[in-house]
Design a protein around this ligand. Sequence first.
Ligand code: CA
Length: 499
Amino acid sequence: MRPLLALVLFTAAVVAAPPNVVVIFSDDHAYQAVSAYGHPLKLNKTPNIDRLAKEGMRLDRHLIPNSICGPSRACLLTGKYNHANGFYDNTRSKFDGTQFTFPKELQKAGYQTALIGKWHLVSDPTGFDHWHILPGQGIYYNPPMRKNGVQAKETGYVTDIITDRSLEWLKARDKSKPFLLMCQHKAPHREWAPALRHLNHNNDQPYPEPDTLFDDYAGRGKGEKNQDMTLEKTFTDLDAKFKYPANMTVAEKAEWDKYYKPRNEAFEKAKPTGKDLVRWRYNRYLHDYLGCIQAVDEGVGKLLDYLDAEKLTDNTVVIYTSDQGFYLGEHGWFDKRWIFEESLRSPCLVRWPGVTKPGSTSGAITSVIDFAPTLLSAAGVKVPEGVHGRDMTPVLKGESPKDWRTSFYYHYYEYPGPHSVPKHYGVVTDRYKLVRFYEKEFDYWELFDRQADPKELKSVFDDPKYADKRKELEAELAKLRKELKVPDPDPPETDLRKR
Ligand code: CA
């Protein structure tokens, strides 16, 4: 190719229209339940979500700074840790919508912006031309919603409603402008109520068990022993489907009963106890949780089909990710919150034609805080000072930037709170985790070597063999806290009183 022609083509590529962006953000979707991640127990199939892995990149170490719903959403919008965006936990925080968010900047840059589905940040959304949200956590059947500040009546199953409203917004948009659509599912959040069409999606086949289902938490501290998130002790009648999910119609209940009633009667007759009861709950939980994901996967398929049909695929970045990871019976648990792998790590698949190579993967440490700078850069918008995340375009291209992060800071704050997981912070590398449980009633450190102990069953903090590694990680943790300007104490007591 002649140099001049090459230059002209290069210039044309640089000034190409800014890409459209579709962020599909589900709630509590474990990477173990995305078939593209190849879980050894092969729990389910997600063919539509997997399309993004086949046609784009699968990120294998995508980490969340604070693994619960609201805080992760605040990280997504701001590209900042919670000590900087002010949203620490689900029980006390309210998002300050006047601060910087990437949708707001994209809106200023000429994008049409919409957020549909779960919001969970207490204050009303800002930076969106259109928003249509579930109040709080939302419910699965016939959910009340709020559309641009006005109550909206909805009938049907929540995941289908969020998908349909997203498609309606796309169809009605101004086609002369680029768009940002944030499609944020409630599913598969607790209480894991599937769509009626997905009941018995597993044909009553039992699920293989994780080998830590009956973990005794030996080798770890008081926090792990005292938590309240086990299938054995924490699973409620609503979780077990001995009660109906909220707001179902009479007809829906009749359909629901066709599946659950005979199985619940068999349970009452058998009255399993001990390990048999945990096993029964594990199977009920997985049927329901994975059933919810079926509708999410179908919704992803509908959105991808729409982009194809409208010839938008080539100029649209599509991200599928979840606000955090989730336990599917590992360590006897459901829920999230911990710095440990199943909770900390979220599935993340990115299809960006011209950037991601089809079928590629990356083991680089990426995070929900990287989306804001990445998407702003894609749109040619300057990333402001104070954003903690990084533009991950080079990682998405398959490059290995020399200065890419090799360690990651984590901080969980919601204690006392649901599931009684104590406050902790720590540093994560590709192989190690150093964790500090810092409140008076706990006050201990842990160190895990994931190469020697991939299931994080035994802290080696006091093992002399790891003394040097421990020192190195303590220094790294102090360095990260300094770089990120983490206040001490965090959050400062004055901020707590303000809320
Ligand atoms: Ca969540």
